[in-house]
Write a protein that binds this ligand. Structure first.
Ligand code: TXA
Ligand code: MG
Length: 309
């Protein structure tokens, strides 16, 4: 059920959960002031309680109460990439952020989204926590229809059109140097100018507490079995590119042009969800695309969808 900005504001202030657009993906939002709504997010999504949430704010001034002053490089990152698809994990005063939001960690993740509707809502409501608006393990939602598929037609959704980045924010954490703990809409190379280096991508190591708890879980998976790479025989379905021919495919699901990772990212979750809508049992992914820049994020999401990462 589509709600207006005013209705979304009222629902959030009264302790309800609302689906909210952002430029990356739709989020399942609760006010940081409403613990019972925050708890409801976990049960609605079927999300494990050890997977912390991102705190979304309208501006940097809304972050300082949690973190105190920030060092120069953090401020430069913030000023360069916010509002936008970057999330920073920062040390906080643990008294100021409910345990449930940070899953007992002594840090919290922050993001200032650029979507005008999200921005307007954050200015009215104050800090909002939101994970992606999908049932845990399913592809994220990038439009109101995706939200309705997962949470039902009567679930309140603030309509902000299609999320044009299409994949989640890039998450960074500082430990000696800045590291990427989740690939996202901003490619690692984007940080070179500000940091003076390309941040490394930190993978979960066995036996160590994960830097990004969410990365431990099955993700972005449609019901169909996905194979990475094409085969010699006939294929029930191929996930591929507009500018290529797939003669052995009974059905082609088009991600976009092989020359435009931005459009491929934008369409990625819609395509994964279409497989389910059309009852596809198995699909082959055309894996012939670069492994750098935004393509790296697309590669990682497709590998996770195919359960090979
Ligand atoms: O683009 C996005 O980031 C979207 C939109 C709605 O803003 N949100 C999103 O949230 O992707 P979610 O919950 O689906 O993913 C958040 C990730 C999880 O993998 C979680 O483990 C990690 O952020 N995270 C949150 N707080 C953390 C912390 N304090 N330390 C390390 N990782 C953290
Ligand atoms: Mg998610």
């Amino acid at each position: 059920m589509i709600v207006s900005l005013f209705q979304a504001e009222e629902l959030l202030k009264n302790g309800h959960v609302v689906a909210v657009p952002t430029e990356t993906v739709y989020g399942l939002a609760a006010s940081l002031q409403k613990p019972s709504a925050i708890a409801q997010i976990f049960s609605l999504k079927g999300r494990p309680s050890n997977n912390p949430l991102i705190i979304h704010v309208a501006n940097l001034d809304q972050i300082y109460p949690f973190t105190g002053s920030l060092d120069d490089l953090t401020v430069r990152l913030a000023q360069s990439f916010w509002p936008g698809p970057m999330t920073l994990v920062l040390p906080i005063d643990v008294e100021k952020v409910p345990d449930m939001v940070r899953a007992g960690l002594n840090t919290a993740a922050f993001r200032i989204p650029s979507h005008p509707v999200t921005k307007a809502l954050l200015e009215r409501v104050g800090p909002i926590v939101m994970p992606s608006a999908n049932i845990s393990g399913r592809p994220s939602a990038t439009n109101p229809l995706h939200v309705a598929t997962d949470f039902g037609d009567s679930f309140p959704v603030l309509d902000g059109g299609c999320s044009n980045k299409g994949v989640e924010s890039t998450i960074l954490v500082y430990s000696d140097v800045w590291k990427i703990i989740r690939l996202g809409a901003l490619p690692p190379e984007a940080f070179l100018e500000i940091l003076g280096y390309i941040p490394e991508i930190e993978k979960c190591k066995t036996g160590q507490a994960p830097l990004c708890p969410g990365q431990m879980y099955r993700h972005y998976a449609p019901k169909a079995k996905l194979y990475f790479g094409l085969t010699e025989g006939m294929m029930e379905a191929v996930i591929g590119f507009r500018d290529r021919d797939y003669a052995r495919a009974k059905k082609v699901f088009v991600l976009g042009s092989s020359q435009s990772p931005e459009t491929v990212a934008e369409n990625l979750y819609s395509v994964l969800r279409q497989l389910d809508e059309e009852g596809i049992c198995e699909a082959y992914v055309d894996s012939d695309f670069p492994r750098h820049g935004l393509w790296m994020t697309i590669y990682e999401r497709l590998c996770k969808a195919a359960l090979i990462l």
